[in-house]
Design a protein around this ligand. Structure first.
Ligand SMILES: Cc1cc2nc3c(=O)[nH]c(=O)nc-3n(C[C@H](O)[C@H](O)[C@H](O)COP(=O)(O)O)c2cc1C
Length: 209
């Protein structure tokens, strides 16, 4: 199947087959794709939680307006933005660049200053919004990779962020929930899988200049 055929195959899964679990390899491939997602400056100002615990998932389902995917999918992926985006976060990233690429810190002092300047210019709210945007890019990569691997997923923002933060202890971890994606395998009787995709016609969606 081509990538386009796989993107046609994928859909926001409403009903998962709760008896089917991702193998460790499938989960690892998906998480590797998420790890490779691009982000502004490469800062990756978010963390990704992989939730399997059934009791916690029951609570999350309640905080997601009872949506069944929370308990029926194989795993629930939660993208959570960092709440403190500061010079220390930038410095940690710079440490990683220095180590990964084996370069002197002075070589990228200008880059570090640029990043610090960007971060310092933003208000606390703007920082979180910026961080949420990065998390959504990672979500997009997850959805595409899942389609490629024949894994079903449902992107979801229909949940109460504050309650998710509470249930998962995110505040204490310096995080806040951005967006989530239960992943697993579709149930044979999920009627949504049979519906035609509704998308804007290309002539309406694209503007060629
Ligand atoms: C950011 C985002 C949030 C969404 N939230 C929900 C949700 O809470 N519950 C749900 O069932 N579907 C949710 N969806 C799925 C969309 O309704 C679905 O992607 C859209 O209708 C297009 O259909 P398709 O993905 O099946 O092609 C969400 C999708 C996105 C991208």
């Amino acid at each position: 199947m081509s990538l386009i055929d796989k993107l046609k195959w994928r859909y926001a899964t409403k009903k998962f087959d709760h008896t089917k679990k991702l193998s460790a390899e499938q989960l690892d491939s998906l998480l590797t794709a998420v790890q490779l997602a691009p982000s502004s400056y490469g800062l990756q100002s978010y963390k990704v939680l992989v939730v399997e615990n059934p009791e916690i998932r029951e609570k999350l389902r309640e905080a997601a307006y009872g949506q069944p995917q929370l308990t029926e999918a194989s795993h629930v992926i939660i993208f959570a933005s960092e709440t403190t985006i500061d010079e220390a976060l930038v410095a940690k990233y710079v440490d990683n660049i220095v180590e990964t690429r084996g370069i002197d810190r002075e070589h990228i002092a200008g880059f570090e200053q640029t990043m610090v300047g960007t971060v310092d210019r933003l208000s606390e709210d703007q920082k979180i919004t910026w961080s949420h945007k990065q998390a959504y890019i990672a979500l997009g990569v997850l959805l595409t990779a899942a389609a490629d691997l024949g894994i079903d997923a449902c992107p979801m923002e229909g949940f109460q962020n504050g309650k998710f933060d509470e249930i998962l202890g995110l505040k204490e971890k310096g995080l806040t929930a951005s967006v989530i994606a239960p992943i697993g395998f579709r149930s044979a009787d999920d009627d949504y899988s049979k519906l035609a995709k509704v998308r804007k016609p290309k002539a309406e969606l694209f503007i060629h200049i």
